[in-house]
Design a protein around this ligand. Structure first.
Ligand code: SAM
Length: 215
C-alpha cells in the first residue's frame, strides 16, 4: 500500500526533502523520490551526453535513481556521488556496494558548497532537485565550476517557481528560482552556453539547465 504522504506534516516533509534522514527518509522518501523523479532524471541523463570512461559527479543523489542510470553509461569511468545526508550516503553505499568495491563509484557526505573534488577533475556534473536547498547558491555554482574540467558540462534539473508554488510543502524552506535566475547564477559563476529546456511533469513543468565550461 502506498504511504499516505498527504498525512505527513508539511514542515516535516519539507525538512525531509531537504535532507532525508532516519526510517522515514530511507524507507518512505527515498523510494518515493526515485519513482516521482524518474522523468526529470532521464531528461538530465540525456542532456549529460555521457560517454564511457568519463568522470561524473552527482550532487544530492538522494535515493540514487539517477546515479544507477549514470553508472550503466560510463563503463571504465568514475562516478562520484556527493550528498549532505549521511543516511542517503550510507544507503547508497549498501545499494551500490559492488560499484564502490570495484572503484567505479565513490560516495562522500558533503555539501555542494564544499565539494571533495580537486580542481578540473570532473567531465560531467549533474544535480536534480537540490538547488532549492543550497545555503549559498553563489558558492555552490562556483564550486561546480571549479571542479569541472575545461570543455566539461553541468546539467541541473529543477522545478521552476511556478511549479513549486503549486506544491504547498515548498512554503517551508524552499528557495524558488525562475529559469532566468538559474541562467544568471551559472553565467556569473563562469559557465558559457547556458541553455534551459522545459520538461513536462505531473505537477507542472520542470527545467533542465545545461551549462558548459569553456575549453
Ligand atoms: C529532494 S532530494 C532529491 C534527490 C534526487 N536528486 C531526486 O531528484 O530524486 C534532495 C537531495 O539533495 C541533498 N541535498 C540537498 N541540499 C544539498 C546540499 N546543499 N549539498 C549536498 N546535498 C544536498 C539531500 O540530502 C537530498 O538527498
Amino acid at each position: 500500500m502506498p504511504w499516505p504522504i498527504g498525512l505527513v506534516p508539511r514542515k516535516y516533509l519539507a525538512a525531509q526533502l531537504r535532507r532525508p534522514s532516519g526510517l522515514f527518509g530511507r524507507l518512505v522518501l527515498a523510494p518515493m523520490l526515485n519513482r516521482r523523479n524518474a522523468a526529470i532524471n532521464i531528461a538530465v541523463l540525456r542532456a549529460l551526453e555521457l560517454e564511457g570512461g568519463e568522470r561524473v559527479l552527482e550532487v544530492g543523489f538522494g535515493g540514487g535513481d539517477l546515479m544507477s542510470r549514470v553508472l550503466l553509461l560510463v563503463p571504465g569511468g568514475k562516478v562520484t556521488g556527493v550528498d549532505f545526508s549521511r543516511d542517503m550516503v550510507d544507503m547508497a553505499a549498501r545499494r551500490f556496494s559492488s560499484a564502490v568495491g570495484s572503484g567505479a563509484l565513490e560516495l562522500v557526505c558533503a555539501p555542494v558548497e564544499k565539494l571533495p573534488c580537486p580542481d578540473a577533475s570532473i567531465d560531467k556534473v549533474c544535480t536534480v532537485n537540490t538547488i532549492y536547498f543550497w545555503s549559498d547558491p553563489v558558492a555552490g555554482a562556483s564550486e561546480l565550476f571549479r571542479v569541472i574540467a575545461p570543455g566539461g558540462r553541468l546539467v541541473i534539473g529543477f522545478a521552476p517557481r511556478e511549479t513549486l508554488e503549486r506544491l504547498p510543502v515548498t512554503e517551508h524552506g524552499f528557495a524558488k528560482y525562475e529559469p532566468d535566475d538559474v541562467r544568471a547564477l551559472l553565467l556569473d559563476a563562469g559557465f558559457c552556453d547556458v541553455s534551459i529546456e522545459e520538461i513536462e511533469d505531473p505537477d507542472g513543468v520542470d527545467c533542465c539547465a545545461v551549462a558548459v565550461k569553456a575549453s
